[in-house]
Design a protein around this ligand. Structure first.
Ligand code: COA
Length: 143
C-alpha cells in the first residue's frame, strides 16, 4: 500500500529552495515563463515567502509583496506539477492567510486566470468595483 507523505507549511524563508522556486515558476507558471533566476531571487528577497514541504522537499511556493502595514500583493502561487490535487495548494493558502492575518494590512490583491475557486475558499472575492482600479504595465515600447 502506498504511503501518503505528510505536507508541511512553513513561512521560514531559510527553508526555501531557491533553485526549485525558480525552476518551477519559470517552466510551469503561465505568468513567469522564462523569468531569470536573478529576477526571481530579487523578488523573493523583497517579499514574504512561503513554502509547503513533503519529506523536506519543497512542493509549493507563494509570496506576498507587502509594506507590512497597509497593503499586500499575493503572487507566484504554485504547486509542483507532480504534487497537485493532494491539498498542497489549500495548505499553502491556509498558511499564507494566517501569516497575513498577523499583520495590520487592510487589503490584499491578486490576479488569477482560473484559480478563483481556490482563493474563494480562503476569504477572497472578485473586485467589488473594478472600474475604480487602474494598472500600469511598463513604459511604452520603442517599436
Ligand atoms: C492552482 C494550484 C496552486 C492548486 O494547487 P493544488 O495543490 O493542486 O490544489 P489543492 O489540492 O490544494 O486543491 C485546490 C482547491 O481549489 C480548487 N480550485 C479552483 N480552481 C483551481 C485551479 N485552477 N486549479 C486547481 N485547483 C483549483 C480545487 O477544486 C480544490 O478545491 P476542492 O478540494 O474543494 O475541490 C495548482 O494547481 C497550480 O500550481 N497550478 C498552476 C499555477 C497556478 O495556476 N497558480 C495559481 C495562479 S493565481
Amino acid at each position: 500500500m502506498a504511503t501518503e507523505r505528510a505536507l508541511e507549511f512553513s513561512a521560514d524563508p531559510g527553508r526555501l529552495d531557491g533553485e526549485w522556486v525558480h525552476a518551477t515558476l519559470s517552466a510551469h507558471a503561465y505568468w513567469a515563463l522564462g523569468r531569470s533566476r536573478e529576477v526571481q531571487d530579487a523578488a523573493n528577497a523583497a517579499s514574504r515567502c512561503y513554502g509547503v514541504y513533503e519529506a523536506d522537499a519543497q512542493v509549493a511556493f507563494a509570496r506576498v509583496v507587502t509594506d507590512g502595514a497597509t497593503f499586500g500583493w499575493l503572487c507566484d502561487v504554485i504547486v509542483d506539477p507532480g504534487a497537485r490535487g493532494r491539498g498542497a495548494g489549500k495548505l499553502l493558502m491556509s498558511g499564507v492567510m494566517a501569516d497575513v492575518a498577523s499583520l495590520p494590512i487592510k487589503r490584499l490583491l491578486l490576479k488569477t486566470a482560473d484559480a478563483h475557486g481556490l482563493y474563494e475558499q480562503h476569504g477572497w472575492s472578485p473586485l467589488a468595483s473594478p472600474s475604480s482600479w487602474m494598472e500600469w504595465s511598463g513604459p511604452p515600447s520603442a517599436d
